[in-house]
Structures are given as structure tokens and as C-alpha cells.
Design a protein around this ligand. Structure first.
Ligand code: ATP
Ligand code: MG
Length: 436
């Protein structure tokens, strides 16, 4: 049986040096230009564009008519001969031998693909499949894929083991109400807001160093440019280490991601018009108390023991100007599983990794002592009974451990200087958006 070849080359795999060779390209009809004796079809594929040149005197009237009627964004495959021509994009054109129309696009298009006409983000997200035909929007996802690969290879290299923990859970991670309830047969269950409890339980197994890259679900009703109701978190947990150690892993990881993306995604960054700054560990560390002092100097007053507000984060970011850590948080601000400092229980071994624009990650050394954890759960107004499955893991030999959770979309939006977090996830989930 003969194999149907709809593509032999991507546009960037063809060059003027291939003059005279036959190739097959495939993609979308980006544009058509009718110029006197010539008809140009601009075909767009993932890697760029190809100019297909039809000489009217050498083309059948039937084909010319078919091509003239073809709507923009229709899917075509063109078999043709490469002809070097300095005037054409990338220095070559394709003289077609056969043009196959694989699927005709309906008209009018709900969205202008070229991006020359600016569309509202909402309109773009409604027609996301078309929106991502625009290279500027699509390249974000090529970078996203590379970021995830980079994180995996970095953590694998350091002896971390990738795990998958349940996303359907019976209890809240941190108490609070930011949970999506679901019906689970005859019971109520929830979508997981964080792998926190499960990755900690892994520390009692001897796996020692684990990571997970997975969705987190948060039912917060916020409508901001930095929150999603379904986000992606890269989480690690490591045994026999403290918070300082996992902070080291985190800052080296972020620096490595920047370096790797600069190296591997040069073309995508160029399309996005982004130049990545040098990110060099170690990052600056300021204590929570120092942060409050800095804020006071800049006219923002916060009570000791309050969480940092968005305006406070913004002011601090302007002062710090690069990635930095906030350490030594009030114990009352952070979750019950956070380890307090010995002898000064009012502060704890928690840290936030900040980009000047937003928080990127939160982490800490955890309480590994059963009685202490039980007491902390109670102190936070929660019931140890509902955490029984988790607490059990602390009774039969739990090593000291620490970890963090890093928001993948936050990392991407800050790295790529993108205003709205919705742009760096394929199909964002927010208060109003459940479809597509
Ligand atoms: P914020 O205070 O910025 O809302 P958080 O402190 O509630 O974040 P954590 O529970 O510390 O978030 O989660 C760890 C990381 O996961 C955050 O630093 C952030 O990068 C990411 N993250 C958390 N919630 C969201 C969300 N709703 N949308 C996008 N990313 C999130
Ligand atoms: Mg946090």
C-alpha cells in the first residue's frame, strides 16, 4: 500500500541551497496575494512560512480558480520544487506540482490569526485553538514544555524521584475553605489544593527526595492577573535536610531554568521579544521583620503578624529589583506543618521565593514530631481527627524534612514578562471561565 505523504519538511528545514529539490509542506493558508502574472500562497506551519508561487500562464485555470476561492486558514499540503529567490521569505519559494486542500476553513473567522487586529484576551481565550495559531501566543507553550523538561531533568539529576499523588482527596490540606467539593459516590470529596500532605507522607517511606508536577485546585474567588482556579505546581519534599537546603535547590533550579531557556528557546524568545536577564544564585534573603521595616520606610504600614498584601509585595519588589527570599515568617501566618525556630517559637522556618512582581514559591522545614504536629493542628483551630491518615505517618519513624511548591504559571509569566497569568496556560480556569 502506498503511504500518503502530506509533509516531508517543515518550513525551516528548507533552504535556498535545496534549489531544484522536491518537497512536500503542509499547514494553513496564511495569506494569498494576486499580483499580475503571479499568485502567491503563503503557507504557515509550526516553524514559519513558505511562499508558494503559481505562475498564471503555467497553471490550469481550474487550479487557479480553486486556490482563489480557498478561504484563509484552510489546511493545505503542497508538493513542489524549491527555487532559490532572494525576494522570497527565507530566500526560497516553492513552485507547486500539486496542491491538496485537506480541509476548508469556515468563514468568517471568529478571531484574526495574524494578531494585527488586537483582540481582547477573553475573545482570544474563547477561540484558543485559533489564538494559538499566532506564533507569539503559541511559542509560550513551546517554552512551557521546555521549562517542565528542564525542571524534571534538574531534579532527576539531584536524585529526586517523580511521584503522582491523588487529586481527589477527603480533607483540606490547610483547613480553610479554598476547596472545590465534588461528589464521590455517596460521600463528599474535594479536588486537591496541594500535594502537601502526601508528599510529606512520602518522607516516611524512605523515598527520601520526591517531586511532583501536577495541577492544584483553589476555589478562591479572586479575579486577579496572578491567580487561577486550576494552576500547575512543581512540588518537592526532601528528608534529612532543612529549609536552607531546599532554598538552595530552589534558587539553583530557577537560575538553571533561565539559563536553559535562553540556550534552547532562542527563537521562541525572539518571537516573544523577550530577553532573559541573568539570574544568579544565591538570591538575596530578607527576614519578614526586615521586609516590614523596608515597607515602613516606603510608606506602607503593616502589623507584625499580617500576611503581605499585594501592594506590599509590589513595593518590596520595586525595592529588591530581582528574585529574593523572605525568611523567618511569623509562625501564625504560615500553615500548621511549618517548623518554628527553637527558642523563638513566634517565628518559623518558612520562606517565600519572590519575583519583583509576584510570589513564585512557598516552602519550609516541616514539623516531623507527632505530638508537636498534633498540637499545631489544634492551635490552628483544626481537628487532628480529620488529619488522622496524615498524622499516622508521623508515629512510626518520620525523618526531619523540608520542601516547597513552585507555581509553574507564575514562573512563566514573570520570566516571559506576560501581564496576565491566563496567557501561559492553555485553557485557564477562573471564576467565569469553565469553557473551553
Ligand atoms: P498567593 O498568596 O500569591 O495567592 P499562596 O501563598 O496562596 O499564593 P501557596 O499555597 O504558597 O500559594 O502555593 C505555592 C505556590 O503555588 C505559590 O507561590 C504560587 O506560585 C502557586 N499558586 C498558588 N495558588 C495559585 C493560584 N491560585 N494561581 C496560580 N498559582 C498559584
Ligand atoms: Mg505562599
Amino acid at each position: 500500500m502506498e503511504r500518503v505523504v502530506l509533509r516531508t519538511h517543515y518550513s525551516n528545514e528548507i533552504n535556498p541551497g535545496m534549489d531544484g529539490e522536491e518537497v512536500v509542506v503542509a499547514g494553513w493558508l496564511h495569506e494569498r496575494r494576486d499580483l499580475g502574472g503571479l499568485l502567491f500562497l503563503i503557507l504557515r506551519d509550526r516553524e514559519g512560512i513558505v511562499q508558494v508561487t503559481l505562475r498564471k500562464d503555467k497553471t490550469s485555470e481550474e487550479l487557479l480558480e480553486r486556490v482563489r476561492r480557498l478561504s484563509k486558514e484552510s489546511v493545505i499540503s503542497v508538493r513542489g520544487v524549491v527555487r532559490s529567490d532572494k525576494r522570497a521569505p527565507n530566500g526560497y519559494e516553492l513552485i507547486p506540482r500539486e496542491i491538496k486542500v485537506l480541509n476548508v476553513a469556515a468563514t468568517p473567522l471568529p478571531l484574526e490569526v495574524s494578531g494585527r487586529i488586537k483582540s481582547e484576551l477573553d475573545t482570544r481565550l474563547d477561540s484558543r485553538f485559533l489564538d494559538l495559531r499566532n506564533p507569539r501566543n503559541r511559542e509560550i507553550f513551546r517554552i512551557r514544555s521546555e521549562v517542565l523538561k528542564t525542571i524534571r531533568s534538574f531534579l532527576d539529576e539531584r536524585g529526586f524521584i517523580e511521584v503522582n499523588t491523588p487529586k481527589i482527596v477527603a480533607a483540606a490540606t490547610e483547613g480553610g475553605t479554598a476547596l472545590f467539593p465534588i461528589s464521590y459516590f455517596e460521600r463528599e470529596a474535594f479536588l486537591s489544593q496541594s500535594p502537601q500532605l502526601y508528599k510529606q507522607m512520602m518522607m516516611a517511606t524512605g523515598l527520601d527526595r520526591v517531586y511532583e508536577i501536577a495541577p492544584i485546585f483553589r476555589a478562591e474567588e479572586h479575579d486577579t492577573t496572578k491567580h487561577l482556579n486550576e494552576a500547575t505546581s512543581a512540588d518537592i519534599e526532601a528528608a534529612f535536610v532543612d529549609h536552607e537546603w531546599v532554598m538552595g535547590v530552589l534558587e539553583e533550579l530557577v537560575a538553571f531554568v533561565y539559563e536553559n531557556i535562553r540556550e534552547r528557546c532562542g527563537k521562541s524568545l525572539e518571537i516573544l521579544g523577550v530577553e532573559l536577564p541573568e539570574v544568579k544564585p544565591p538570591f538575596e534573603r530578607i527576614t519578614y521583620t526586615e521586609a516590614l521595616e523596608l515597607l515602613t520606610e516606603h510608606g506602607v504600614e503593616l502589623e507584625w503578624g499580617e500576611d503581605l498584601s499585594t501592594p506590599a509585595e509590589k513595593t518590596l519588589g520595586e525595592i529588591m529589583g530581582a528574585h529574593y527570599f523572605i525568611v523567618e515568617w511569623p509562625t501564625s501566618v504560615k500553615p500548621y506543618y511549618t517548623m518554628p525556630f527553637e527558642g523563638r517559637e513566634e517565628v518559623c522556618k518558612a520562606f517565600d521565593l519572590m519575583h519583583p512582581r509576584v510570589e513564585l514559591a512557598s516552602g519550609s522545614q516541616r514539623i516531623h514530631d507527632y505530638e508537636m504536629l498534633r498540637a499545631s493542628i489544634e492551635k490552628h483551630g483544626l481537628s487532628p481527627e480529620s488529619f488522622k491518615f496524615y498524622l499516622e505517618a508521623f508515629r512510626y519513624g518520620m525523618p526531619p524534612h523540608a520542601g516547597w511548591g513552585l507555581g509553574i504559571e507564575r514562573l512563566l509569566m514573570t520570566m516571559l514578562e506576560i501581564e496576565n497569568i491566563r496567557e501561559v496556560i492553555l485553557f485557564p480556569r477562573d471564576r467565569r471561565r469553565l469553557v473551553p
